[in-house]
Design a protein around this ligand. Structure first.
Ligand SMILES: N[C@@H](CCC(=O)N[C@@H](CS)C(=O)NCC(=O)O)C(=O)O
Length: 241
């Protein structure tokens, strides 16, 4: 088996897949694709994924894209247990709902913000969009009612997916304030305690935040700086339950 992940650590979807690969302790190669240089438009990449998005996972001859599909595939094919993506229909439905929430709402907000800042060169954070991000945070806060993780008491791929996007929004655009979102911020701290979190997710999320910072230097208030420093130093982290 040769698993090759194509992408960039700047991408939340790529990092969600990296979290899954690390959780399953799967050997893999990483093939960098620079989106800013347009490498995802090159013929070799378009042959792998006509949609021209990262991540793409190549497993021998097969190419799979969309981070959510890749994560489910990895668990189905390589995991010893179904804990990360339960087979029980009701448990799976809950995980799927969270994955679709990431795909259809959270990540879309991130992508809209990225487009405005990097393509449209907008120099200020668009307030209506940031309000929508906070509406999404409110829903996530409700999802965590009575749960340690997004879909229950155990980590699933829904946590990886949402953690990758949310940590990026948190560091780049809309800090998750512990007062406003106590459960969400505890969950983020809990996920940050995973031994592979720093390498698989935080490093890339920070790099993205640094890039956004160069585009919006005036936007970064004390709250953002605190979020950035906290996550850098590990302050507020809790042991993994
Ligand atoms: N739902 C997809 C989203 C993939 C996606 O939009 N990835 C971005 C990077 S974060 C990308 O490849 N953008 C390049 C483009 O859209 O041209 C997934 O989870 O894999």
């Amino acid at each position: 088996m040769v698993l090759v992940l194509f992408g960039t650590e700047l991408s939340p979807g790529v990092r969600a897949v990296l979290l899954t690969l690390r959780a399953l302790e799967l050997d893999h190669e990483f093939f960098p694709v620079d989106l800013f240089a347009g490498e995802h438009l090159e013929p070799y990449f378009v042959r792998k994924n006509p949609q021209r998005t990262v991540p793409v996972l190549q497993d021998n001859e097969a190419c799979i894209w969309d981070s959510h599909a890749i994560m489910g595939y990895l668990v189905g094919k390589y995991a010893f247990t179904d804990a990360l993506y339960p087979r029980d229909p009701l448990k799976r439905a809950l995980v799927d709902q969270r994955l679709h929430f990431d795909s259809g709402i959270l990540f879309v907000l991130f992508k809209q913000l990225q487009h405005l800042i990097f393509q449209e060169q907008v120099a200020e954070l668009p307030k209506p969009l940031i309000e929508q991000v906070h509406k999404a945070y409110e829903l996530l806060e409700q999802f965590l009612d009575g749960r340690n993780y997004m879909a229950g008491q155990l980590v699933t791929i829904a946590d990886f997916s949402i953690a990758a996007t949310l940590s990026t929004l948190h560091l780049s655009y809309a800090p998750v304030d512990a007062v406003g979102y106590p459960k969400l911020s505890e969950w983020l701290a809990r996920i940050s305690g995973l031994p592979y979190y720093e390498q698989a997710n935080l490093r890339g999320a920070r790099q993205m935040a640094e890039l956004v910072r160069t585009k919006l230097p005036k936007q970064f208030d004390k709250l953002w700086l605190k979020a950035f420093e906290d996550i850098k130093s590990g302050a507020g982290r809790q042991p993994l339950k």
